[in-house]
Design a protein around this ligand. Structure first.
Ligand SMILES: C=C(O[C@H]1C=CC=C(C(=O)O)[C@@H]1O)C(=O)O
Length: 380
């Protein structure tokens, strides 16, 4: 389906009004799906969750940061209205434009955000390699950020449709919550998906630029295989820790994500085996070594001590819970945070002792292209 050229006019108006009035909402398009679903919470503020327990019983949209702190909590948007595709009444949009309930909340500002310098990133990679040689941890994912000016003609709703069009395999979303801010992304990495009788998760790592070659033909270095193997082992350990033993494992196989190819191993098991422990499963998985590192605690400590920027909700997780009886929680990657006149891109790369710092920097640039390639496409 061509989203960009179709008449998603009401949706565009709804998203634009929500952004302007600071009204909590989440729009998303699931991978390989034709439907855009929008949840709006116009009556009250999203709930700050003290834990992800009991998530199975909720209906709405969860948003969690990379690292939970006083500044960044896990929030749950409980919709007052749910819209499918473009079926949104003009009178509802008009009412929202008069809804001033959220205007007193100050919008997040980009004042302390600074683009990561190449030297800073490269120093961090080399420091991580030294720490790994000393045996402090086995893998860490190091990230960077880039602050860019928004084009005067930028319209978030149009950008969202372009992403839906260009990246059919991704989970494409746009959200705004008072304490979280406004984010748009097209992420390739499901964290936990529950559909019908089946729970799915993946281990995703290893990155190269895609070319015109057949997907099966991409080969991988030992460094990349090791990097992805660490995530796979971690997922298997996590499943075992929850006494989930009856799972199917497929891969690793090559997986296309926008301009990139990754290595992916897919896991599936019966929903009955999860026994309403979605929250426990998310807690045990997050952050996986696809975005944090291994061991979890040591890698986290290194990230927090060495990355100058705040990852905020990048490498956190987000997605719909129990909407149409399905839950789709994704890792927040290939995303940007939207401010009034600027935006911030976030990306990272998995570091092992075999990493070459300059190559990892290049890889993080390539990951930012997922968003930038669409930013640069002119409006029709
Ligand atoms: C951390 C990111 O990607 C992760 C997911 C796939 C491949 C990755 C890698 O090859 O390093 C990363 O682990 C990102 O996109 O910012």
């Amino acid at each position: 389906m061509a989203f960009e050229n179709s008449s998603y006019q009401s949706l565009g108006k709804l998203q634009t009004v929500c952004l302007k009035q600071n009204i909590p909402f989440a729009s998303y398009r699931l991978p390989l799906d034709n439907e855009i679903i929008t949840l709006v919470q116009h009556h009250s503020f999203p709930e700050k969750l003290s834990s992800t327990q009991d998530l199975d019983k909720k209906i709405g949209f969860v948003v969690a940061p990379f690292d939970e702190t006083a500044k960044h909590g896990t929030y749950f948007l409980k919709p007052d209205c749910v819209f499918f595709s473009d079926q949104i009444e003009a009178v509802y949009i008009q009412k929202l434009s008069e809804n001033n309930r959220f205007l007193s909340i100050e919008k997040l500002k980009e004042k302390d955000i600074q683009t990561t310098a190449p030297s800073e990133y490269i120093n961090n990679v080399n420091a991580a390699k030294t720490a790994m040689t000393e045996g402090r941890f086995h893998k860490v994912v190091l990230s960077k950020i880039r602050l860019e000016k928004l084009d005067d003609k930028f319209i978030a709703a149009d950008f969202f449709l372009k992403l839906c069009d260009k990246y059919p395999h991704a989970f494409v979303y746009m959200i705004q919550l008072p304490e979280v801010g406004s984010w748009i992304g097209a992420t390739p990495e499901p964290l936990v998906v529950i559909e019908n009788d089946c729970v799915k998760t993946v281990s995703l790592a290893g990155t190269q630029m895609s070319t015109d070659a057949e997907i099966e033909s991409y080969g991988w270095s030992n460094k990349e295989k090791e990097e992805q193997g660490i995530v796979t082992n971690f997922v298997e350990q996590t499943l075992k820790s929850l006494d989930i033993r009856n799972y199917d494992k497929t891969g690793p196989t090559n997986y296309q994500a926008a301009n990139l190819i990754h290595l992916k191993t897919a896991f599936e098991f019966p929903t009955a085996d999860l026994k309403n422990r979605l929250g426990d499963f998310l807690k045990a998985l997050h952050p996986t070594p696809s975005v944090g590192g291994l061991p979890k605690a040591e890698a986290r400590e290194f990230i927090l001590a060495n990355e100058k920027h705040d990852r905020s909700y990048y490498t956190g997780f987000l997605g719909p819970i129990n909407i149409e009886n399905k839950s789709h929680v994704f890792v927040n990657l290939r995303c940007l945070q939207l401010f009034e006149k600027q935006f911030v891109l976030y990306s990272g790369a998995g570091i092992t002792t075999s990493s070459v710092a300059e190559k990892e920097w290049e890889e993080t640039d390539n990951k930012m292209m997922t968003m930038m390639n669409v930013m640069k496409t002119p409006n029709p």
